[in-house]
Design a protein around this ligand. Sequence first.
Ligand SMILES: [Zn+2]
Length: 253
Amino acid sequence: MKIGASLIRVVSITILLIIVVTDFFYIKLLKNRIDNITVLTSEADSMVVVKSSSFNGPVVVFTADFIDNFYHYSSPFKDGMDFNELIKKYIRNRWADHYGCGRGTRERKRIHEGIDLFVPENTPIYPLTNFGIVTEVSDNPHFMVQVQYTKPDGIIDSMKIEYGKTIRILYPEGIESIYTHLNEVFVELNQKVDRNTVVGLTGLTGNIRNSGKPSHLHMELRDSNNKSFDPRNRLRFEQNSAANFIKHINIGD
Ligand SMILES: [Zn+2]
């Protein structure tokens, strides 16, 4: 009986020790995870990045507040319109100015990869959300961009198109907007911009001169694979495209 009692004591103490040691490591693991979390939130409409000093992990939390503030897209003219209202008001010809309308020639078929918004020349333009980073900018009125076209035999090739003065802005969701045919650009590469930043002025640069069209803003939206899409179909986006944005803001620094 005595041997049985001390055996129970040894087993109990061993189990207790295992629990204490396991807990110690588990708590350490949890603490480590907490240290590696970065929280993106907002305060009075500004982006706030909360992170631990020992940040070295990939965990990023976007608060609902952050998404409310920075995933909400509206007009580049800062008139408070959403994309549908914008299209109704500023698109002149639904067969020519929309996303997806036919462009090019029989030999080089391509689509219009943006929307043409007919506003007066030199209208100030702004980012589409409350925070963005300038990922491309050209002050060259003959700036060329590589685009895809389809040959009559169905083979896809690429060619250069003259976009003129151009600004590309990346938003927290991982989406980019491209503004072209500008008369003026006021931003620099990697500059952080918000809804109050006048990034440029609409104009007449690039191939607009051959098209016979008056001054307008050619605006494209691109996903994180650099594929253009119809602004009216913005909902097809997956939020994981935010990874592209996180890469750009150097959260780990
Ligand atoms: Zn266009």
